[in-house]
Design a protein around this ligand. Structure first.
Ligand code: UTP
Length: 475
């Protein structure tokens, strides 16, 4: 804990003395609270980041765009098997068995990052509480918990499920899980841990904004905040004691994410990877999606905004995109690798977002700007990839595994996610021999089936489904 004097020095050298000035005008109780909030921030870091990132002198050398000129498609890569390629199919079967073994040996935990503010969706609650079940109206959180339950039954142990929240989502998320008894997961199977905050700073001056008198304008420090939060919550150490070796990471918004997918885990283990990422084929050169690439022999993911348009548009002899591997943000991490990375507080870089941030000023009062007025600082979890000794990219089928809820309408919206769940479940029913038309609504609970094969031998062969069908736990 710093003394007031030290705080004065720190704020002075990072040009944030206006905060002490504002604190001086507050009643004693809220002043103390505000000073605590100010002390919780590493202002030297904020000052360094503002100077480096806003003047483009960060990263000690090349800009992301310069780097991107040397990008190659990822080298450490497992492609989806062709139906006619017997050897590849056998390799995938072997990977799946290896993943199942890993799960049965109780060495896997799952993590969902659910600290984002979900501004594009514009939903008034944490995004995990958004209803996406086409018939059941189950929320994203419920669907994921049911997957973990079903996967735990097969693995023979309660797979730990850790939920990363932020100030923006924590209380409501915890209350929601409590209200629903963790959707059937054991009380100590689900753990919540909160990520850190970063202040928004005014674009021209770098001065921290206030959201109201006595409150900084703070926002979550990005999904890369996971590392520090896992460490400070004690979860990394606890998992180490429990013998958990591999962490399965997914985001809260992908409605068809397969949790603890045995085949993916198997590839991760068989290739002795420290971090593995699932990718899907980009829809077009212009699609705004991070891509997995190799730069100077290192596998990494770069943001779409760092991929020059002419490189994004390059095609191979077959006319396919050369830089095709869009990131799904599904990762597998070795726990020991994350422990190594987290030892260096600066190992993950911060990225700068230019955003319109509502704020309060002692003279101007409350303002909601129409145009970007501030920088926000965020860390991205995929920046751990180039730090790994071995990183692996595994291809997944987009239709099956990547249907995020990002926007209120249009692409990547609740409507497309519900449509994708129905199309997937229809295909499972058909694979089990049922007849079902494209306009008949269907939904299958994760507790009834996790994949097409689970419906075999369930009396569906030859059945004609004409009415809306929901397959629940007991069916
Ligand atoms: P996005 O980058 O899509 O952000 O998050 P978002 O907050 O959900 O949505 P917008 O951009 O405001 O519309 C991808 C995943 O990372 C998590 C989100 O909860 C989501 O699962 N995330 C994002 C965090 O957990 N913390 C963060 O600080 C940012």
């Amino acid at each position: 804990m710093t003394t007031n004097d030290t705080l004065h020095e720190i704020l002075s050298r990072s040009s944030q003395l206006h905060l002490l000035e504002a604190a001086a005008h507050l009643p004693a109780a809220s002043r103390a609270q505000f000073l605590d909030e100010i002390r919780s921030i590493d202002w030297d870091r904020v000052g360094r980041l503002f100077t480096a990132l806003s003047t483009g002198t960060g990263a000690g050398g090349e800009s992301p765009v310069e780097l991107a000129r040397r990008i190659q498609p990822p080298a450490e890569l497992v492609r989806l098997p062709e139906a006619s390629d017997a050897a590849a199919l056998a390799d995938w079967r072997q990977a799946r068995s290896a993943g199942e073994e890993l799960l049965k040996s109780r060495r896997v935990a799952a993590i969902v990052v659910a600290g984002g503010q979900g501004t594009r969706l514009g939903f008034d609650h944490p995004k995990g509480m958004f209803p996406v079940g086409p018939l059941s109206h189950k929320t994203l959180f419920q669907l994921f918990c049911e997957q973990i339950r079903a996967r735990s039954q097969r693995a023979g142990y309660d797979i730990p499920y850790a939920v990363m929240t932020s100030d923006a989502t924590h209380d409501e998320t915890v209350a929601y899980f409590k209200q629903h008894q963790n959707f059937g997961l054991a009380p100590d199977q689900v753990r919540f841990f909160k990520q850190g905050n970063m202040p928004a700073v005014e674009t021209a001056s770098g001065q921290a904004l206030m959201s109201e008198p006595g409150r900084l304008a703070l926002s979550p420090d990005g999904h890369g905040g996971l590392l520090a939060a896992l460490e400070s919550s004690g979860l990394l150490a606890e998992w180490g004691e429990q013998g958990i070796e591999t962490l399965y990471y997914h985001q809260v918004d992908n409605a068809t994410s397969i949790l603890c997918d045995p085949a993916f885990l198997g590839w991760h283990v068989l290739r002795e990877s420290e971090v593995s990422t699932k990718v899907v084929a980009k829809r077009s050169a212009e699609e705004k999606m991070g891509v997995a690439v190799s730069i100077d022999g290192r596998t990494q993911i770069i943001e779409y905004s760092d991929l020059p348009a002419e490189i994004a548009a390059q095609v191979d002899e077959a006319g396919k995109l050369r830089i095709w591997a869009g990131s799904t943000a599904i990762h597998a991490f070795q726990r020991e690798f994350l422990e190594r990375v987290v030892r260096d507080a600066d190992s993950l870089p911060f990225h700068l977002g230019h955003k319109a941030v509502p704020h309060w000023h002692p003279e101007q009062g409350a303002t909601t700007p129409a145009k970007p007025n501030a920088y926000k600082f965020e860390r991205f979890i995929f920046d751990v990839l180039p730090l790994a000794q071995r990183a692996l990219i595994v291809e997944a089928d987009r239709v099956v595994e990547f249907n995020p809820v990002k926007n209120r309408e249009g692409f990547d919206s609740p409507e497309t996610a519900r449509g994708a769940l129905q199309a997937l479940h229809r295909s499972w029913l058909r694979a089990a021999g049922a007849e079902v038309a494209d306009d008949v609504p269907v939904e299958i609970s994760p507790l009834a089936a996790l994949e097409a094969g689970d419906l075999q031998g369930r009396g569906l062969a030859g059945k004609v489904i004409r009415e809306p069908l929901y397959l629940g736990e007991s069916e």
